[in-house]
Write a protein that binds this ligand. Structure first.
Ligand SMILES: Nc1ncnc2c1ncn2[C@@H]1O[C@H](COP(=O)(O)OP(=O)(O)OP(=O)(O)O)[C@@H](O)[C@H]1O
Length: 259
């Protein structure tokens, strides 16, 4: 079980004239094993900051992240390392997550060596085979560079790389935002299929109510760093005015309007 308790993150910038952004304010939720939590909200509402906090990439200003009974927020960097492997983050820009000088095979293998999950070439090959199979990729992709593959393939590679570390929680931050509609559906189906096979818990971050409704067991809707609503997607997304205001906010954003 993953528990997020009163999680808070403030960013302070500027030397003389300090400016503080209250990115995440007292956010709490729970994610039981094997379930999917949807995090929805408009741009700047704090979704990615929550993702980075849970993945251990940044430290909170206040609050706790508790995983399987361990309070992660109190751990040193060394103590946190094994948990960072278990809580993997996949971001919306797969192209940026891959080093253009590295072949796909190297991109997949490197983290396995770093985390000492493989010790020999034969173990590496067998692991690669499994990862390609689970993410439905052809072996041809292994010798290619990131700029030689499609956006959908790149997102599968990034998912495969995260799965290689045998995570228990996968945090997918807008995993389909940069992809065509048809490829979006393939990636979401892939993630749900992997969840069924492995029992992975999933945090799915999306602007799109349809994605949350199709994939999440439970959802939170974030507004200005806070949870404005939480519950079953079928309920939250149909509460009068809720869906309308979210869609309207997204429309305004795409017209260069409100934050
Ligand atoms: N490293 C940082 N330094 C300063 N401010 C930051 C930093 N990271 C995020 N913020 C600010 O925190 C707020 C929340 O940002 P965040 O990226 O979490 O929102 P989001 O809901 O994921 O948005 P989007 O959907 O556009 O990705 C924003 O105002 C953002 O500018």
């Amino acid at each position: 079980m993953l528990e997020v308790i009163q999680l808070t993150k403030h960013f302070t910038q500027g030397l003389l004239k300090k400016k503080t952004t209250y990115a995440v304010q007292a956010v709490s939720f729970q994610l039981p094993p094997g379930k999917t939590l949807g995090i929805m909200g408009t741009s700047g509402s704090g979704k990615s900051t929550v993702a980075r906090l849970i993945a251990g990439l940044i430290r909170p200003t206040a609050g706790q992240i508790v995983y399987q009974g361990t309070v992660l927020t109190g751990l040193s960097a060394a103590e946190l390392r094994p948990f960072r492997r278990k809580l993997q983050l996949v971001c919306q820009h797969p192209g940026l997550a891959l080093d253009p000088r590295q072949t796909i095979a190297d991109a997949l293998i490197e983290p396995l060596y770093v985390h000492k999950l493989i010790r020999s070439r034969s173990q590496a090959l067998s692991k690669l085979d499994k990862l390609l199979h689970i993410t439905q990729l052809s072996p041809d992709v292994l010798t290619k560079y990131p700029w030689q593959i499609s956006g959908g393939q790149a997102q599968r590679i990034v998912i495969a790389r995260a799965l290689g570390l045998e995570p228990e929680v996968l945090i997918a931050d807008e995993p389909t935002a940069m992809l065509d509609i048809s490829v979006q559906a393939q990636i979401l189906t892939l993630l749900k299929g992997i969840q069924q096979q492995t029992g992975l818990s999933l945090i799915l971050i999306s602007h799109d109510p349809d994605v949350i409704k199709a994939c999440a067991d439970h959802m939170v809707n974030m507004v200005n760093g806070k949870i404005a609503a939480a519950g079953l997607p079928s309920k939250i997304l149909t509460q009068s005015g809720n869906l309308f205001s979210l869609r309207q906010a997204m429309l305004n954003q795409s017209n260069g309007g409100i934050q």
